[in-house]
Design a binder for this molecule. Structure first.
Ligand SMILES: *[C@@H]1O[C@H](CO)[C@@H](O)[C@H](O)[C@H]1NC(C)=O
Ligand SMILES: *[C@@H]1O[C@H](CO)[C@@H](O)[C@H](O)[C@H]1NC(C)=O
Ligand SMILES: *[C@@H]1O[C@H](CO)[C@@H](O)[C@H](O)[C@H]1NC(C)=O
Length: 495
């Protein structure tokens, strides 16, 4: 086993109308009395708190998916992209475009259980802590009545294949149908998950866009959000996640960063495994020998492109198990095995092209929800670095819904615009990607964006040295979090 540090990866090589004060909302779908007592209590208590108009328990069927997508279209939150099959475009409120790390907190008894005690007056760069009292106050300020006039969706979801011994189950309550449509792609969700859960434990997730009806202010782009009050909180002791005010990706699809990385790393610590921000890929050499590797990179540093690499060396083959998160555990024989807990890719669009990632391009032409990319007049999508000539007469509308030309100063797609697409559609998805016991990991790659100062690639001497090198890695800020996309220039290329 060895570590390689890929520093600054060369991506170009291959990158309802409001109702009265009635206390029990209408149930539009599902049967609350059929839920396990713990799930039922969780749902009912939060219904009382959030006061939705109606409740919809997601079953994961295609019919439900069609209904949800149709509803989103009716509300003007998404539009169909006729150039492709079952593809959709969402444009958010420009204030809600990325994860908000400044408002993402961990609630523990002691601050040092979350972050090292910062120097006097300083703020920790490693995370944010909130006390239980402050958190209770924040919830009391935000959640009472926050779903008035809206439907509360109950989403039972499995991170990892349903029923795998490495998988974990969560239940997300949300008032956003966009979250339902996206969670359907990113996780296994619906009836089968409730059956697998039985009376077992689950991670409870509560999400609200924070815009009860009737609205106090008009929406921007028909995208409900509440940036002033945004808060994403994790309570690891109780395995709970609470998110308010943002409808965007990592802030609202609570199975991903909140559960599969943050809460899972705590569950993993207790149970003796690892939840890591790593892609997983399989590499086969010309002799037909195959090895699996995991690779850790911050967001928007090329994980998706590396996970779907097209080797230029003759006879070599790369297959993709996952592009973002790895759950790893040693088996009885002492081999490290990994699963991808996700069911889809929530990839950064700019920089993805037929040249940098032909496999991603082939994956996203059906059943995909795009967010904040630009649109072409012939019903397709467009972004910086797509490197595709537009047909004669075809024009571009930017992510801000304005006519756009290449002379404009602003990019046509937001630097953190995304595609949300089913992993099973990837042409090089690994045959074992859903294997319940996971794939054997034989190397770990650590990487990031470094414009200068370190070699492009080097190998650690030993596990000990590898741990040191991995722990000492750093990377430039990216557009995936709220910091400015420092290293995207105006054509969106990752430099
Ligand atoms: C609902 O509110 C109205 C006035 O807002 C009040 O007269 C009525 O008693 C309330 N009904 C219930 C069931 O609380
Ligand atoms: C929605 O359902 C259709 C079939 O009805 C399916 O092909 C597709 O994968 C689903 N779309 C999404 C975005 O999940
Ligand atoms: C609502 O859900 C959150 C998130 O899991 C949980 O912390 C909270 O206890 C629930 N609220 C009630 C009143 O049960």
């Amino acid at each position: 086993l060895y570590f390689i540090s890929v520093v600054f990866l060369p991506l170009s090589l291959c990158p309802l109308s409001p109702r009265s004060n009635q206390s029990s909302p209408r149930v539009l779908q599902g049967d609350i009395s059929a839920l396990s007592p713990a799930v039922r209590e969780f749902v009912e208590a939060n219904v009382t708190l959030c006061q939705p108009d109606s409740i919809h328990i997601c079953d994961g069927t295609d019919e439900e998916n069609r209904t949800i997508l149709a509803q989103l279209e009716e509300q003007g939150m998404i539009k169909k992209l006729p150039k492709y099959e079952n593809c959709w475009l969402a444009r958010t409120d420009p204030r809600d475009v990325a994860r908000v790390e400044s408002k993402t907190v961990i609630v523990t008894q002691e601050q040092r259980d979350t972050v090292p005690t910062p120097l006097e007056g300083g703020v920790s760069q490693l995370g944010r802590w909130m006390s239980q009292e402050e958190f209770d106050k924040a919830v009391a300020q935000r959640f009472p009545g926050c779903m008035k006039g809206r439907t509360m969706y109950v989403i039972p979801f499995s991170m990892g294949p349903v029923g795998s011994p490495l998988s974990k189950i969560g239940i997300e309550l949300t008032d956003s149908p966009y979250v339902v449509a996206s969670m359907r792609v990113m996780t296994r969700m619906g009836k089968a998950v409730l059956s697998a859960l039985g009376t077992g434990e689950f991670v409870s997730c509560l999400h609200s866009v924070g815009c009860p009806l009737p609205l106090k202010k008009p929406l921007v782009n028909n995208w409900p959000c509440n940036p002033e009050q945004t808060l994403i909180a994790h309570i690891p002791n109780r395995r709970q996640i609470v998110s308010f005010g943002s409808g965007y990706g990592g802030n609202s699809l609570l199975g991903k960063k909140c559960f599969a990385l943050r809460i899972a790393s705590r569950i993993a610590k207790e149970e003796g495994w690892l939840a890591e921000h790593m892609l997983i890929l399989g590499v086969t050499n010309p002799a037909g020998e195959k090895k699996y590797m995991a690779a850790a990179f911050p967001s928007a540093c090329g994980k998706t492109n590396l996970a779907m690499l097209c080797p230029t060396l003759p006879g070599w083959k790369v297959e993709c198990v996952g592009d973002d998160i790895a759950w790893m555990k040693f088996d009885n024989q002492g081999n490290l095995r990994a699963i991808n807990p996700e069911n889809g890719f929530f990839g950064v669009a700019p920089g993805t092209s037929a040249k940098t990632n032909p496999n991603a391009m082939a994956t996203i032409i059906k059943n995909t929800v795009f967010t904040n990319v630009a649109e072409t007049s012939d019903g397709g999508v467009y972004w910086e670095g797509m490197d595709q000539a537009l047909p004669e007469g075809v024009t571009i509308t930017s992510w801000k819904n304005k006519p756009w030309s290449s002379e404009d100063d602003e990019p046509c797609a937001h630097p953190n615009s995304r595609f949300c697409t089913p992993a099973g559609q990837c042409p090089i998805i690994d045959p074992l990607w859903e294997s319940p016991e996971g794939v054997p990991i034989e190397a770990i790659i650590f990487g990031g964006r470094r414009p200068e100062g370190v070699p492009l690639v080097y190998e650690a001497f030993s596990w000990q040295h590898g741990v040191f090198v991995g722990a000492a890695m750093r990377s430039e800020a990216t557009a995936a979090a709220e910091h400015k996309g420092l290293f995207f220039n105006t054509v969106g290329r990752q430099t």
